[in-house]
Design a protein. Structure first.
Length: 446
């Protein structure tokens, strides 16, 4: 495939040469030349990374050949589960060193680094499993979808409940017309926002722990001083530079069965109201109003979909719940012409009103293994149902909610083909981000 890399070969020259040689050359063929296993690397090794690597690694034909984490203290747990795998701090150096010796990557980092890692991997012809939301910006989600198609690699987004029995059962009921055509959807997450909404400036800096490479943790994001117990390892999600707030955290979960069941794509418009927003962190509560084009599963030419978080909830009367029943902690209400379906996150769907559906037996759909599905797709040149062709548009819609929440009350019309919000340059600038010098992400195919 490629000549062995020598110490004099630069990371940049290797990646450039490999990108040209391997794009469009499925990693499956390389795997067959190595052995019958899929050679994998992981970027992000603790927390959700540990969970993802454990699940992927439980596949009999998945073999890890490299682990990467910017915090050397976060290898301990994964080393106990998969001993003997080489450690790396910089994913670029790992990709360069392993070259054709790996076939795919599991990306489980903070949101702001998803696109940089996934795009670099796909340009090398590597398969990608990437945590949700797929990317940090709308533009990045579009580029990953396009690059996956160009590179002909197998992809999967890490909203694993997509494959759970509960969501699969709800999707089938809706597709089978259990409540007739759907007229509206209300989705929510009863979280309490974040603890940083009153800040007007970044928190006080502190000493960077010896085990953490703060520059690599920042990656594509602008430089800022490290602050203890604020960004790393778990609170980054509240910060606009690194995460997507509640919308980014749960939107690709809770809105996933909405998209799957109803066949949704790009919204026509989006508008939001929020509270607790500041220039640094996401709001403490928000309501996001989408209007989507109608589909064969919906009534009328358009479908309103409304998102709530931070304690905001839809009107419980919409659910037609029996006395004493409550809305789920998180989930979606599908309002149909012939009834209502409540799909909790994560529990079996419920049909209302009770006097109409009380005797209806809900047949539980079997679960699929979300992680093994990706490994199998890479090995067998098949497709997953949550690949970037599907996950890209879902992520775009979720992140458009985050664009709208930065301009409360403004109705934004979405030109999906042009990746534009016509008439609103103040909103359009949030569709993408500025990359730190040395970390720029080129458009798909470039």
């Amino acid at each position: 495939m490629h000549a062995p890399q020598t110490p004099r070969t630069s990371r940049r020259s290797f990646l450039k040469a490999s990108a040209g040689a391997l794009v469009g050359f499925p990693a499956l063929l390389r795997a067959q030349n190595l052995n019958s296993n899929l050679q994998l690397v992981g970027v992000g090794c603790d927390g959700k990374g540990y969970s993802d690597l454990s699940e992927v690694g439980s596949h009999a034909r998945a073999k890890f050949v490299g682990f990467c984490d910017v915090d050397s203290a976060r290898f301990a747990k994964i080393d106990q589960k998969f001993p003997g795998v080489a450690h790396h701090a910089d994913f670029r150096a790992m990709f360069s060193k392993l070259g054709a010796g790996f076939d795919g990557v599991v990306v489980s980092t903070p949101d702001h680094m998803h696109a940089a890692i996934a795009m670099a991997a796909m340009r090398l012809g590597k398969h990608v499993y990437c945590q949700k939301p797929l990317t940090h910006t709308v533009w990045e989600a579009r580029q990953l979808r396009l690059q996956a198609a160009k590179s002909r690699v197998r992809t999967q987004m890490g909203n694993q409940i997509h494959s759970a029995s509960e969501y699969r059962t709800g999707v089938k009921l809706l597709r089978d017309g259990a409540i007739g055509k759907v007229t509206a959807v209300h989705s929510w997450q009863r979280n309490s926002g974040n603890g940083y909404t009153k800040l007007t400036a970044p928190p006080a800096p502190g000493s960077v722990p010896e085990n953490l490479n703060w520059d690599l943790w920042l990656g594509v994001a602008p430089h800022r001083e490290y602050a203890p117990e604020v960004y790393h390892p778990f609170k980054w999600r509240d910060w606009q530079e690194f995460g997507g707030g509640t919308m980014g955290d749960f939107g690709c979960h809770i809105l996933d069965p909405v998209f799957t069941a109803l066949g949704l794509g790009a919204p026509k418009t989006v508008r939001a109201e929020s509270e607790g927003l500041n220039p640094h962190t996401w709001p403490s509560a928000e309501t996001v109003h989408y209007v989507f084009p109608g589909t064969k599963h919906t009534a009328g030419d358009t479908l309103p979909v409304t998102w709530y978080d931070g304690g905001r909830l839809p009107d419980a009367a919409l659910a037609k719940l029996p006395p004493g029943a409550e809305l789920a902690k998180a989930g979606s209400l599908f309002i149909g012409e012939e009834g209502v379906l409540m799909l909790p996150h994560v529990a079996m769907p419920q049909l209302y009103p009770a006097d109409k559906f009380g005797g209806k037996q809900i047949v539980k759909e079997p679960a699929a293994n979300h992680y093994h599905a990706w490994v199998d797709a890479a090995l067998n040149a098949t497709e997953t149902s949550d690949n970037f062709e599907y996950a890209g548009p879902l992520t775009e819609a979720v992140l458009l909610g985050n664009v709208a929440t930065r301009l409360p009350g403004v109705l934004l019309e979405w030109d999906s083909a042009g990746l534009r919000l016509p008439g609103h340059p103040e909103a359009e600038r949030f569709l993408r981000r500025d990359y730190r010098e040395g970390w720029a992400i080129a458009a798909a195919g470039v």
